[in-house]
Design a protein around this ligand. Structure first.
Ligand code: ADP
Length: 268
């Protein structure tokens, strides 16, 4: 078989996207989708001229429509492709969540069908000119990753941001994720440690909910020669904002988590 004709189509489609960034995690539940949405808000808030798109490639667990507060919106297919849903003027989202009948519908697909969907997303969404396309992938290194990486590498993938908690089980999986990136030649932009610390809002005691017995993400990054982009604390208000689809960065701009986020955004 010759080269996949989709590659040329994807290259053309994404030629107006400056930075294409995969958001990865080793394990589920570490905050990858949350961070993707926060990075989307953070990058688009820097400047009204910065256009950001989010592709929710978590085919079996699309959570961006809820987290970004655009659940129930419709995507339209026109002559120039699928139009994403606009969260605000310079932040757009495409998710399989928009194509499911009900939010409770499960997508139970095998690899080839999932890959077909990713291919379709990458080749048919009409993003317009974007500065950043953030791709929220499922946890681990599955079919979706391999196909995203394969297509995006051809179209010029900027790199990957890896999200973890300080917990040893999460870090073990992140090490695998880093090996995966090295194997498929995806540059690692850095690691974000999420839920690093919890500061009690009443007594201000600092607690490590997920104790880092071996030095956490910072030690791991040192060992493996990758950069640590920053640490986000565990913040119940952040979880609440995500559940209700509110923009945490504008709701609580003074919170330590948002301050950290801006610091991370400046480093991407
Ligand atoms: P993943 O995409 O890695 O599976 P999610 O982003 O869905 O993880 O996050 C899992 C849960 O943890 C969600 O309910 C989310 O609101 C919550 N969460 C993520 N990061 C934080 C944080 N820093 N503080 C509080 N809750 C968080």
């Amino acid at each position: 078989a010759g080269p996949d004709p989709a590659i040329e189509i994807i290259k053309n489609r994404l030629s107006n996207v400056k930075h294409k960034i995969l958001i990865l995690s080793g394990k589920g539940g570490v905050g990858k989708s949350t961070l993707t949405s926060l990075l989307g808000h953070g990058l688009s808030a820097k400047n009204a001229d910065i256009n950001v798109g989010i592709l929710d490639a978590d085919i079996c667990g699309p959570s961006q429509p809820r987290v970004l507060g655009v659940r129930g919106e419709q995507v339209h297919n026109s002559g120039s492709g699928w139009s994403p849903v606009y969260v605000k003027d310079n932040l757009s989202l495409m998710s399989i969540g928009f194509l499911l009948g009900s939010p409770d519908d499960a997508v139970i697909w095998r690899g080839p069908k999932k890959n077909g969907m990713i291919k379709q997303f990458l080749s048919e969404v009409d993003w317009g000119d974007l500065d950043y396309l953030l791709i929220d992938t499922p946890p681990g290194t599955s079919d979706e990753h391999l196909s995203s990486v394969q297509y995006l590498s051809e179209a010029g993938l900027t790199g990957a941001v890896i999200v973890t908690t300080p917990q040893e089980v999460a870090l073990l999986d992140v090490r695998k994720e880093i090996q995966f990136c090295k194997k498929v030649a995806v540059p690692i932009l850095g690691v974000i440690e999420n839920m690093s610390l919890f500061v009690c809002p009443n007594c201000h005691t600092r607690s490590e909910i997920f104790p880092a017995t071996t030095g956490g993400a910072s030690q791991m990054c040192n060992d493996l020669g990758v950069s640590l982009l920053g640490n986000l604390p565990l913040d119940p208000l952040l979880a609440r904002c995500c559940d209700s689809g509110a923009d945490f960065t504008t709701e609580l701009p003074q919170s330590p988590a948002v301050q950290q986020l801006h610091h991370i955004v400046d480093r991407i």
